[in-house]
Design a protein around this ligand. Structure first.
Ligand code: ADP
Length: 298
């Protein structure tokens, strides 16, 4: 059998060719990423998802236009940009979560394992199992801690040992030690940071490949925020993570790749630049990116 070479993840071309400052001198962000597992030099990254000419519409309003990009497997990719530029819309396009908005329409292709998830024969429920989501505000079910994690696998007909699965997911979400003695208490009785880690445990319980996170720490205190960032660094060993954040320190600390979006006069969002996080924050190619990461705009 011939082994296929995984596709190489490329960097999306800058939309505008405005020259950026090359010395990184305007950059205020301190890059202190968690232990980065870089692919050894020369080893191509594998692609988790690919967007081809994707535009997103709410009725007659185009919220996102002509996005082409690739998301690398088992990395943290951060989506940054000013409020309203379409970050959440684009994030929700990765698992068809926008289908739940009646006026929403997507154009283009979102390829997952080479298959367009918007094809008619694709089941969006299965896509959302494989590409899970964690929301801005922690939203545990009004059930016990145990049931929050066990619910999805049970619905999906999980046949293994549920107790072991619940423990494993809570451990992976760095929550086990804090809750192991109160598994049958309500998930809603936990602190905000613990609730968000419970939601992460719930997301991984159905064995997804990708986890989408929409500002997962913006409602949390600084300590819980750091815990979530550390958790992302752990989880990327197994999962592909795409995170929307308005916190640039967080993007700099927690992500491997950063995508900067902004919007045009018509308020349609577009991707300006995608690259290694360190490059985006210290040596961006595009003036718009530089202005944003240095705090001059946005
Ligand atoms: P961001 O995450 O960058 O703040 P959003 O994706 O939330 O941006 O929004 C992008 C644009 O789409 C905004 O102009 C917003 O008002 C609009 N929008 C978002 N959700 C909806 C919706 N459900 N219906 C109509 N317009 C929406």
């Amino acid at each position: 059998m011939v082994e296929e070479t995984p596709p190489v993840v490329g960097t999306a071309p800058a939309v505008s060719e405005a020259p950026g400052r090359r010395d990184g001198s305007a950059t205020l962000i301190h890059i202190a990423t968690h232990a980065r597992d870089e692919a050894p030099a020369g080893r191509p990254k594998e692609t988790a998802l690919e967007l081809r000419n994707v535009s997103c519409w709410y009725g007659s309003f185009r919220a996102v236009k002509n996005v082409n990009l690739t998301i690398a497997k088992r990395e943290v990719t951060a989506l940054i940009g000013p409020s309203g530029c379409g970050k959440s819309t684009l994030l929700r396009t990765f698992n068809r979560m926008n289908d739940l908005v009646p006026s929403f329409r997507a154009e283009g292709e979102v390829l997952f394992e080479g298959k367009n998830i918007y094809d008619r024969d694709v089941d969006p429920v299965e896509i959302r199992r494989r590409i899970g989501m964690v929301f801005q505000k922690p939203n545990p079910f009004p059930k016990s801690i145990y049931e929050n994690v066990a619910f999805g696998p049970r619905v999906n007909g999980y046949r293994g040992n549920l107790d072991e699965l619940v423990e494993d997911c809570l451990r992976k979400a760095a929550l086990w030690d804090e809750v192991k003695d109160k598994l049958h208490q309500s998930g809603l009785a936990l602190s905000g940071g613990q609730q968000q880690r419970l939601c992460i445990a719930r997301a991984i319980a159905v064995q997804p490949e990708v986890i989408l996170m929409d500002e997962p720490a913006s409602a949390l205190d600084p300590r819980s925020t750091l815990q979530i960032e550390e958790l992302m660094a752990e989880l990327k060993r197994e999962y592909t993570i795409i995170v929307v954040t308005h916190n640039m320190q967080q993007a700099a600390r927690a992500s491997d790749t950063t995508i900067f979006m902004t919007m045009d006069e018509d308020r349609a969002g577009y991707v300006v630049e995608q690259g290694d996080t360190i490059e985006i924050f210290t040596n961006p190619k595009n003036r718009l990116t530089e202005d944003y990461v240095s705090g001059r705009f946005g």
